[in-house]
Write a protein that binds this ligand. Structure first.
Ligand code: UD1
Ligand code: CA
Length: 432
């Protein structure tokens, strides 16, 4: 950790994003956009992270970001005005500025920026990138290797519009010099905002040493529109999937799968097409997740066989060597070892022992219209197809349920339970 305060600017109005709430709390691969930035900030500054927010988003941001200092920017008068709101909360010599809407930034790029700043004894250093489509970004005007100025899109002349060296917004500078000079940043007459990148022109005219590093465009993308959001999410997805491929997870059609930011998958797992892996999911080694399965908040043990088209919802554990087949839904349940739930079943609020067979179409009827109840199925139970288990109910070890039964009472150890009306066969009778 460095003795550097990080300020995350997050008081913008998200007008280009067109959603009701602040774009910064919008989930990106399961984690709010700003949390991606905050997790990097924490690694640089620990608790010295200041978030500049607005009156509308402060409560949301406070509930998401822990151990931060919050300051409010009352009117969105630009990034220069935003950093000024943090002035009296910064108590280190240097300050790093991050944008809440630039979530792909990596720790290694920030470290590279800090190194450049410290070793070159610059007054300010900024991260730049070469954009394929620079439209919308501020551009760096560099002459003889000297950064002279950063100009926003609306102020560029036709020649300058061709420059593809863009401003990421991420910079590090000395606190004292920064605030001595931000007061000289003028309001842009078109946008009615004061731009923080204008500080580079002021530093240059004062002959202060400034510089920049270049990082890859994919890291510096800012999320302004939903289109940007899709692009950023795709980049992040590819990064997560590549990380798992490297350790030996086999994705048969990686482009069709979705992974949450916190997915944990062990080597030698196979993931087929269209698999969605949401938050708090762990998949242990040697398991296979077949096409169209949806996993959220579940731990899948070793050597399990899941899907195709299985849905497993939060607070579930599937222990090793088990099978959850097609159109099976499991919720808030613990499933033991070597269990087979192969087709068309619903298992909710249940505790299932080891070596249990749950026949096709078995339903745990866990909801009585008022309350949820538990179903307990002990070791070696065999449940015939199309059975309804009316919870609360306990099926003791080694018991068997005949197909088509509606089970309303606890079933003792080792017994067979059957609940069926007698079959009538009426010979030679015709129905009209
Ligand atoms: C900004 C930069 C631009 C750069 C781009 C990179 C400025 C003036 N422009 O443009 O050079 O290429 O980012 O993504 O800095 N914010 C506030 N208060 C405000 C205005 C903005 O806190 O009054 C915050 C926003 O919440 C956001 C960040 O500052 O996190 C950047 O603001 P935004 O309006 O998105 O700037 P861009 O137009 O993207
Ligand atoms: Ca932006």
């Amino acid at each position: 950790m460095f003795n550097i305060t990080t300020v995350i600017l997050a008081a913008g109005r998200s007008t280009r994003f067109k959603t009701k709430t602040s774009k910064l709390i919008y989930p990106l691969c399961g984690l709010p956009i700003i949390s991606h930035v905050h997790s990097i900030a924490k690694k640089i500054s620990g608790r010295k992270v200041i978030v500049v927010c607005n009156k509308e988003n402060i409560n949301d941001l406070k509930s998401i970001l822990k151990d931060c200092i919050f300051v409010i920017q009352n009117k969105q008068k630009g990034t220069a005005d935003a950093i000024e709101q943090a002035k009296y909360k910064i108590n280190s010599k240097n300050v790093l500025v991050l944008f809440g809407d630039t979530p792909l930034i990596t720790l290694s790029s920030i470290r590279k920026l800090i190194k450049k700043f410290l070793f070159s004894k610059a007054k300010a250093s900024i991260i730049a990138f070469r954009a394929q489509k620079p439209f919308g970004y501020g551009r760096l005007l560099v002459k003889n290797n000297v950064l002279e100025e950063i100009v926003e899109e609306i102020n560029l002349n036709l020649n300058q519009k061709k420059i593809n060296l863009c401003n990421s917004g991420i910079l590090i500078t000395e606190k004292k010099i920064l605030f001595e000079n931000t007061k000289n940043i003028k309001t842009n007459i078109i946008k009615k905002e004061r731009y923080l990148p204008d500080i580079f022109k002021i530093f240059h005219s004062n002959k202060f040493n400034t510089n920049f590093i270049e990082c890859h465009e994919d890291e510096m993308l800012g999320i302004n529109t939903l289109e940007d959001y899709d692009k950023v999410q795709s980049i992040l997805q590819k990064k997560y999937i590549d990380k798992f491929i490297k350790i030996g997870v086999n994705f048969l059609k990686p482009d069709t799968c979705y992974l949450s930011y916190d997915a944990k998958i062990e080597p030698n797992v196979i993931i087929e097409s269209n698999v969605t892996i949401k938050e708090k999911t762990i998949i242990k080694k040697d398991s296979i997740i077949k096409s169209n399965s949806y996993l959220e908040g579940v731990t899948i043990g070793e050597n399990c066989n899941i899907g195709p088209s299985a849905t497993i919802r939060p607070n579930s554990i599937i222990d090793k060597n088990s099978r959850v087949g097609n159109f099976v839904e499991i919720k808030n349940s613990k499933i033991g070892k070597k269990v087979s739930i192969a087709h068309l079943s619903y298992v909710g609020d249940a505790n299932v022992g080891n070596n249990v067979n749950i026949g096709a179409g078995t339903i745990t009827c866990n909801y009585d219209g008022n309350k949820k109840h538990k179903t307990i199925i002990k070791d070696n139970v065999f449940i015939g197809s199309n059975s309804s288990l009316i919870a609360p109910v306990i099926l003791e070890a080694n018991s068997k349920i005949g197909a088509g039964s509606v089970i309303t009472k606890n079933i003792p150890k080792g017994s067979l339970a059957l609940e069926r009306s007698a079959l009538k066969i009426l010979r030679n009778k015709r129905t009209k």
